[in-house]
Design a protein around this ligand. Structure first.
Ligand code: C5P
Length: 224
């Protein structure tokens, strides 16, 4: 059967990755979490004391660092690795969430990540989630979904997720982080977060995961 690209973009913590992962599993496709890649770059810069405005050093760092995914055999999840080492837990921490949009707004970082994402999905058969997949990374994706949800719903979901990793954060701090990131992501000059003209809108505020997955799968059936 023909293999396609499914692009899932949208605001922070709308359930993009949970939906994308389930859709990929259902179709036997690869799942690529592009947000994890920007988080990985941010972690690398912070750990190596590289200032976010030191562009020559960042350029060099992008050549030095290796951002990749490794499948965890127990959970079946793709985990983000930096230089071959799994860093999945660290990249989800609030300190990374608080800095990632500044890093992802840098054109040189975006160019390097977009190139790698296009390369990873060159054989198609992927579900990719992020902010610019349907507009920049794969403007020719056969299925494009743009997800949104009310900010408090998103913050509560995120709070629950962080709590499972023993990070207890007040909901107001999460709302603040989501709003700041959405603003920075939507207003940057290089491939800002926006709905592609041919993306279908999915508001997940009152939806269960299964319903979100079914919604995307219906779109896939229609595209095949
Ligand atoms: O998806 P997640 O919330 O983990 O993404 C973290 C951050 O990475 C976003 O807030 C955004 O700044 C950046 N990002 C991006 N383009 C993508 C995916 C994520 O700029 N395709």
């Amino acid at each position: 059967m023909q293999k396609i690209v499914i692009a899932i973009d949208g605001y922070s913590s709308c359930g993009k990755s949970t939906t994308a992962k389930a859709v990929a599993a259902e179709l036997g496709y690869a799942y690529i979490d592009t947000g994890a890649m920007y988080r990985g770059v941010t972690l690398y810069l912070l750990e190596n004391g590289i200032a976010f405005d030191d562009l020559p050093r960042i350029e060099q760092a992008l050549h030095e660092m290796q951002v990749s995914f490794k499948r965890n055999r127990q959970t079946g999840r793709n985990e983000l690795c930096l230089d071959g080492k799994v860093r999945e837990d660290e990249i989800r921490q609030m300190r990374i969430s608080n800095s990632v949009s500044e890093v992802s707004g840098l054109p040189l970082v975006r160019h390097a990540m977009v190139r790698q994402q296009q390369q990873m999905a060159r054989r198609r058969g992927v579900v990719m989630d992020g902010r610019d997949i349907g507009t920049t990374v794969f403007p020719d994706a056969e299925v494009k979904v743009f997800m949104t949800a009310e900010v408090l719903t998103r913050a509560l979901r995120r709070q629950e997720e962080l709590a499972t990793k023993n990070e207890h954060v007040p909901v107001e701090d999460i709302v603040d982080n989501l709003q700041k990131r959405d603003h920075l992501d939507s207003t940057r000059t290089e491939s800002p977060l926006r709905r592609a003209s041919d993306a279908v809108l999915l508001d997940t505020t009152h939806m269960m995961i299964d319903e979100q997955v079914d919604f995307v799968l219906e779109r896939v059936s229609a595209a095949l």
